[in-house]
Design a protein around this ligand. Structure first.
Ligand code: CA
Length: 433
């Protein structure tokens, strides 16, 4: 069975018979004037359908003779001339495996009939106001018909936690897509390192990186690239990328290409002139060791948060060695004195979304890692000039190192491990391209 059909089948088993689930595509968003942002399908909608157009609704009806129904924009000859052809109703059946397909304009009229045998309705209320109004009307008409013997809808539930649970465990095909995205990202990072020299702008490094992504077949990034030189590296989500890279600066690149909707998320930090200063190297070595400790924790059965704790311990010991913190590692961790220098988590799930679907904690317990999960391990230290007790020689140093780790039955595989991160390897590459 094709991958998308397998996912729908698995989800429908979770939802149970006598149910119907409604999923809504992403919508177009205006940028300015009559220009829209580039459209990229909603990740869960893509995960279940493979359908890449906006204004679509998918209905899954477990146990029904026509379990997969798609509503799509109809084919339009005039539209095809201006912006290219749409799949249309025929394409929805022929190319996307829908058991039945209708124009999106018929959703309101057809919805009550399509839901008529369902006693549990799955719909993500609060996210799609226009479709929600139609769903509410269908619910109301079922309620009104109940006295005449129509089976009422007894439960309304959110389908997203069920889909998220599936998305959290990656199939072999998904891991291959992620690996491809990561390999392309690695090639981009190496190209950008090779091209970097003091005097260029942050956005020039970004352009080299992304030219390589496009050359290798990635149509877009998973998120805006962070290209942060010097003190900007202390700003976690810096995306202005407009400053000149000065001699002696570090350049932090946090970036990821997409391949078939799966996105990499890798960070490398390197000296723009090809040589770490002593101070930069001192901080780099701490973050590098913290990352290794975090990665080493990854294996099936361990708690998600223990990866963070392993990396955090090394960072705090380092901050004590640098004389920024005083006292024991335990007391500093307890009092969270490290927060001015390390203010984010170490890991997030990775997949179709850069911060991918799936819970980190439920019922007060940290999620236990299982084979097929993919998480980032990305500790950092950010020694902003105005942060407390940072000695002059360390001020303005921000370093993050991020890799993408697959949990395997026997432990872990670092999917981005081939992208250089050892300081001597970085020094050998930077400026040599
Ligand atoms: Ca990142």
């Amino acid at each position: 069975m094709p991958e998308f059909a397998q996912r729908r089948a698995r989800l429908m088993r979770l939802l149970g018979r006598d149910s119907a689930a409604i999923f809504v595509s992403g919508g177009e968003a205006n940028r300015n004037g009559d220009v829209d942002h580039p459209f990229r399908q909603d990740s869960t909608f893509y995960y279940l359908t493979g359908f890449e157009e906006p204004e679509a609704v998918a209905i899954l009806r477990p146990g029904h003779a026509e379990p997969f129904v798609l509503f799509v924009r109809p084919f339009d000859a005039a539209q095809a001339i201006w912006v290219g052809p749409r799949a249309g109703v025929e394409g929805a059946v022929a190319d996307f495996g829908a058991d039945a397909a209708y124009p999106i304009g018929e959703l309101e009229q057809r919805l009550p009939g399509l839901l008529s045998s369902a006693s549990t309705l799955y719909f993500p209320f609060g996210a799609h106001p226009e479709t929600e109004a139609l769903v509410s009307r269908a619910l109301a008409s079922r309620r009104a018909a109940a006295p005449r013997g129509m089976r009422p809808i007894e439960a309304v539930r959110d389908p997203l936690p069920f889909a998220d649970a599936l998305r959290l465990i990656k199939s072999a095909a998904e891991v291959r897509d992620l690996q491809r995205a990561i390999d392309i990202t690695g090639a981009g990072l190496v190209a950008a390192m090779g091209a970097t020299h003091p005097g260029m702008h942050e956005y020039e490094a970004e352009a080299v990186l992304e030219a390589e992504y496009r050359r290798l077949g990635s149509p877009r990034n998973g998120f805006p690239t962070i290209a942060a030189a010097g003190v900007h590296s202390c700003t976690l989500h810096y995306t202005a990328n407009r400053a000149v890279i000065e001699d002696g600066d570090l350049l932090l690149l946090d970036t990821g290409a997409e391949w078939d909707y799966y996105g990499a998320d890798v960070t490398r930090t390197f000296p723009a002139n090809g040589r770490f200063t002593r101070a930069q190297r001192d901080v780099y070595d701490i973050v590098f060791a913290a990352q290794a400790a975090g990665i080493a924790r990854v294996r099936p059965g361990v708690e998600f948060h223990s990866v963070h704790n392993a990396a955090l311990r090394v960072l705090v010991e380092g901050l004590i060695d640098l004389r920024i913190l005083r006292g024991t590692p335990e007391s500093n961790i307890e009092r969270e004195t490290y927060r001015p220098y390390f203010m984010h988590g170490t890991s997030h799930w990775l997949g179709l979304d850069v911060h991918d679907a799936g819970v980190y904690r439920a019922n007060g317990r940290s999620t236990r890692l299982q084979p097929g999960m993919v998480l980032t391990v990305e500790p950092g230290l950010y020694l902003a000039p105005d942060a407390p007790r940072v000695p002059k020689r360390l001020q303005g140093i921000g370093i993050r190192i991020e890799d993408d780790i697959l949990v395997t039955p026997s432990g872990r595989r670092n999917l981005s491990g081939r992208i250089p991160s050892r300081p001597e390897d970085l020094e050998a590459i930077v400026g040599q391209g």
